[in-house]
Design a protein around this ligand. Structure first.
Ligand SMILES: [Zn+2]
Length: 79
């Protein structure tokens, strides 16, 4: 479980804010149009979710690669 507070501002800004719809790499804005000093909590949670699925994807790729190399070993030994 990723703690939102451990995310870097860069990771948070990489996602679109679901609250104020700030674009990626743009800071959150309040409904008054003034820039918000803090990013919205929902944006941090969303960024945490995104970074978690990113890590999951990398882990999956590693598993697939290991399985593939194992299959090659089996094929080699059979021949
Ligand atoms: Zn926002």
């Amino acid at each position: 479980m990723v703690v939102p507070e451990k995310l870097t501002p860069r990771q948070i800004l990489a996602v679109r804010c679901p609250v104020c719809l700030a674009k990626p790499r743009e800071k959150c804005t309040l409904s008054t149009g003034k820039p918000c000093l803090k990013t919205h909590l929902d944006r941090r949670l969303f960024a945490a979710k995104m970074s978690r699925s990113e890590n999951f994807g990398q882990a999956t790729v590693r598993v697939v690669r290991e399985a593939t190399s194992r299959t090659f070993d089996l094929l080699f030994h059979h021949r």
